[in-house]
Design a protein around this ligand. Structure first.
Ligand code: PHE
Length: 360
């Protein structure tokens, strides 16, 4: 047998015994690859005399063709075998009942935050954020609450140990979202229209207080802003949120160090079947704190209070959720009890929109 016939017999045997796609690929590389045995033979033709080439050429080319076609046939066979194996082992039994897919829900706090963002976006407010670990200056001092101020006692503050001070500032878990007012005014040119939802912390715990809860802050800074703008904004917001036209507000004079004048806002309710329902004015529920931003706060942020005025408000997101959706124990919000979540949670695909209704 000539060398070429021997090579052909060997390669055919190798192709024949290759039983995986990887094995057949290895045979292909060993024969037809750059360093392959058949490729080497093809290269020898360049150095042959014309006569030699006439006899050897067809033999070598014939070898290449038969090996190429044997490889292709074997590869197709192996692929079919692999497909058949998968078809026979991977089965979906269409007659089985659908499994019970665990379905998550959107937490009412997330839902209400989305509703509020939607309502305020429609009024031209952007969403701002600030850190939950805040320094004393942003949480208190810049908001006109100096260290000796009795208003510090209004907040049951979680202080970090002294050795965790940063730039000489004692660190706290923010007690309200109002420091985001400061962070926005010091980083952004007025006019400003923002809301700032987020977690806040106070050392307090009973049926209506948890050490962590959620607030949403609102801030408007512009020229010529007055209490009428504040009242209109809150009225528009509360009507959209409770999805009722008969929402009645009552503004009461109050005190916050960072607003002057300060107003506490009550919303009227009616009693229907022994339950309080928002709307009407049979009774009043306090829903938010607000006021005109204090001159000292505007100054602390490097702005001229004779040019820029504004209003701010802050309210509890959890409390707003309770009033709209009827939960009566705040602590259950943070228990992670699946029964509560299934009952009060929202469908992830029901995104609140003003046109479709911000409610459920
Ligand atoms: N930060 C106040 C609080 O937590 C609420 C508030 C915000 C009041 C803005 C007035 C203006 O009670």
């Amino acid at each position: 047998m000539s060398d070429i016939e021997t090579l052909q017999t060997e390669l055919m045997a190798a192709i024949d015994s290759a039983d995986t796609l990887e094995a057949i690929e290895a045979v292909r590389v060993s024969a037809l690859g750059k360093q392959g045995s058949v490729s080497a033979l093809l290269k020898t033709m360049g150095g042959m005399s014309p006569e030699e080439r006439q006899t050897q050429g067809p033999i070598i080319n014939g070898l290449r063709e038969s090996i190429t076609s044997a490889l292709a046939t074997k590869k197709a066979e192996l692929e079919t075998a692999e497909l058949n194996r998968r078809l026979s082992t991977e089965r979906i039994d269409m007659t089985l009942p659908a499994p019970d897919i665990p379905r998550g829900t959107i937490h009412p706090v997330s839902q209400v935050m989305d509703e509020l963002a939607e309502i305020f976006a429609d009024m031209g407010f952007a969403v701002a954020e600030g850190p939950e670990i805040e320094d004393d200056w942003h949480n208190f001092t810049a908001l006109n609450i100096p260290e000796t101020h009795p208003a510090r006692a209004m907040h049951d503050t979680f202080y970090f140990p002294d050795d965790m001070a940063r730039d000489g500032q004692k660190m706290v878990l923010r007690t309200h979202t109002s420091p985001v007012q400061i962070r926005t005014m010091t980083s952004q040119e007025p006019p400003i229209r923002i809301i700032a939802p987020g977690r806040v912390y106070r050392s307090d715990s009973d049926a209506t207080h948890t050490p962590m809860f959620h607030q949403i802050e609102g801030l408007v800074i512009d020229k010529g802003i007055h209490l009428g703008h504040l009242k209109w904004t809150l009225e528009t917001f509360l009507k959209a949120y409770f999805e009722r036209e008969d929402v009645v507000l009552r503004l009461r004079p109050s005190y916050f160090p960072f607003t002057e004048p300060s107003v506490e806002v009550d919303v009227g309710y009616s009693v229907i079947n022994g339950k309080r329902v928002i709307g009407g004015s049979e009774g009043w529920m306090e829903v938010l704190g607000s006021g005109m931003v204090h001159r000292k706060v505007i100054e602390a942020c490097g702005l001229d209070p004779d040019v820029w005025q504004g209003f701010a408000f802050g309210t509890g997101v959890d409390r707003l959720a309770m009033l709209k959706y009827g939960m009566d124990d705040l602590r259950a919000f943070f228990d992670g009890d699946n029964r509560w979540l299934q009952h009060y949670g929202f469908n992830a695909l029901d995104v609140p929109t003003l046109s479709g209704g911000v409610g459920a």
